[in-house]
Design a protein around this ligand. Structure first.
Ligand code: B12
Length: 210
């Protein structure tokens, strides 16, 4: 982890953060390590928000900095990854939740690793996932959510897919913030990913590409 980058993002020093990112990329740093630093910084911002040291505009600004950094990092990832189409994934942030920075990273990583990805966006109702499974015929569904209330939406989405008779056709992975094994069991999903890399590994395993 690069302390300098984590601190620059956490302190909302946009120019310093972007400069540090460019310097690291130019000196051959691992792009994934830079994204991990961003996530670390977001945790710091989140803690400051919890303790009243940061406010909503700060969260928004931190999100913008993170997005700008992702845009710088993405082209470096594309150069090193596969082009083949391994399978189809439907992904979205579940109903009631609009956090999409992590979901967008997962979407991008799946795409550059050879998956065809249909991104349904944010605040996606269960029925919209069901419709997308029918139309797009994915092998994998990815549910993202950061808020505690997203856990119920994830569960409802899995149940809706089951009620539509489609559960046997798809593997479902969840991710975002606090999601772990306990939430996976609660939601009735097949797997969870603590980051985008795990998401890609799960999807590859499920389509038999590992
Ligand atoms: C940026 C941010 C925002 C931005 C979001 C911008 C955007 N476009 O996404 C804005 C300002 C809009 C926002 C709004 C709110 N936020 Co906010 N936000 C954050 C913050 C600071 C960072 C989140 C983030 O982007 N992290 C970086 C990404 C890269 O990490 P990630 O999402 O975890 O994704 C990675 C993995 O989890 C995984 N992954 C993610 N999805 C998936 C999916 C699959 C299938 C897989 C396999 C993997 C996977 O891969 C990703 C990449 O490695 C967090 C604090 C924190 N702890 O991080 C609070 C936080 C999530 N927010 C919080 C809150 C309370 C809110 C608000 C309710 C505030 C309010 N009072 O209005 C609203 C909610 C609006 C809503 N309905 O959703 C709380 C949530 C508390 C809770 N447990 O419910 C947090 C934890 C802050 C806090 N400590 O209080 N927020």
């Amino acid at each position: 982890m690069t302390k300098q980058l984590v601190e620059a993002i956490a302190d909302l020093r946009e120019e310093d953060a972007l400069r540090s990112t460019k310097e690291q990329l130019d000196s051959g740093a691992n792009p994934l390590a830079i994204l991990e630093d961003c996530r670390e910084a977001m945790v710091v911002v989140g803690k400051r928000f919890e303790t009243g040291q940061a406010f909503i505009p700060d969260l928004i600004f931190a999100g913008e900095i993170m997005r700008e950094i992702s845009d710088l990092v993405k082209p470096r990832l594309t150069q090193t990854t596969a082009q083949k189409r391994l399978g189809r994934v439907v992904i979205g942030t579940v109903q009631g939740d609009i956090h999409d920075i992590g979901k967008d990273i997962v979407t991008f990583m799946l795409d550059v690793n050879g998956f065809e990805v249909k991104d349904l966006g944010v605040d996606v109702p269960a029925g919209k996932f069901v419709d997308a499974v029918k139309e797009f015929q994915p092998q994998v569904v990815g549910l993202s959510g950061f808020l505690t209330l997203a856990f119920d939406s994830m569960k409802e989405t899995v149940q809706a897919i089951q009620a539509a008779g489609l559960r046997d056709r798809v593997k479902i992975m969840i991710g975002g913030g606090q999601v772990g094994e306990e939430i996976r069991v609660y939601a009735g999903a097949d797997g969870f990913g603590k980051d985008a890399i795990v998401g890609v590994s799960l999807a590859k395993k499920w389509v038999g590409a590992n």
